[in-house]
Design a binder for this molecule. Sequence first.
Ligand SMILES: Cc1ncc(COP(=O)(O)O)c(C=O)c1O
Length: 364
Amino acid sequence: MKHNRRAVLKGAGIIALASTSSSNYSLAHTTTNFDKIPRIQLTNLPTACNKMSNMTKALGGPDLYIKRDDVMELAHGGNKTRKLEYSLAAALNKGARAVVTQGGLQSNHVRQTISGAAKVGIEAHVILSNPVPEMKEKLMGSGNYLMDQLMGAHIYIAGSEGRSPMVKKVLSELTLEGKKPYNIPAGASNGIGSMGYVNAGRELIAQWERMGISPSHILTATGSCGTAAGLLMGLRYFGNSSTKVVSVSVSSPAPQLRKRIRGLLNDASNILGVPKNFVKTEDIHVNDDFYGKAYGYPTDAGISALRMTAETEGIILDPVYTSKAMSGLIDLIKNNQLENAKDVVFLHTGGAPAIHPYAEYFKV
Ligand SMILES: Cc1ncc(COP(=O)(O)O)c(C=O)c1O
């Protein structure tokens, strides 16, 4: 299987497009040009976009919708699945027999990368660090970490020196073994990974048209920024010039996120062959009012938002990302802070497996 893996995958319809270089895209933003970028299908798309009637009623504001990127096929799914459709295609095109990535002990990105690697038949080596030292046992006892183990990942725990030295070491060992390791950055947030959300932008434009809505805002939890940057680029690239993408930070002050999003927009512009200022910096909207103490530490408002979404809509958010973003949505709606708000969409980026290690926060 390993030697002719690409042929096997191609035969099985898993590799959609396997060998085009990503340069030389013209300025015409046609589906065809974007579709030349190598991608493998890892889940069925589109995901659902549904009205949250009960939340809308409870908040008494504009109509609220939810884009269900939490329901996908890579071991419970989430936003990283879309990015991995491009990152893993790049890995396979380079002949990689192993993929290396990194994240926190409860990283959703790491869990989906391991699942994707298993699906396409390559090894997954993951370097994990602990963002919440006082929760070590819980974070290593259930949720994403447990799933990582079940899926046969090679797991390395980084110490106080951080993840980078260990990533380097693992990459060089795998190279010596002839496995041509492919390195995916944290959150798959680079130009290639962000193409997953360029694709989501195109998907949403078509979906909203079918639904007869034209959203003023779409809110998303933002950490490493590939989701927000890709989505903003995708909407603009495929012709939506009006929906504001609002990044609700889960970990860092707004200037840091703005800079990261700008950098990723530039990388995405290179891949798509559009000018660097195709998406203007004024079009980047970041809110850092809702992340609380730090990454990985739930907030009271986030826990309330998670409960409210669960009780009114029967939808489970996560304690680290989407609950903080939903607390932002609720606050901004209640305080009339979304200008000309209409058909506001919440992007559910997944993460629910992490409710288990964080169970103590939900005791009644
Ligand atoms: C559930 C969830 N939501 C949002 C994000 C943030 O996405 P990004 O890193 O692309 O900003 C992540 C990233 O790990 C995530 O796991």
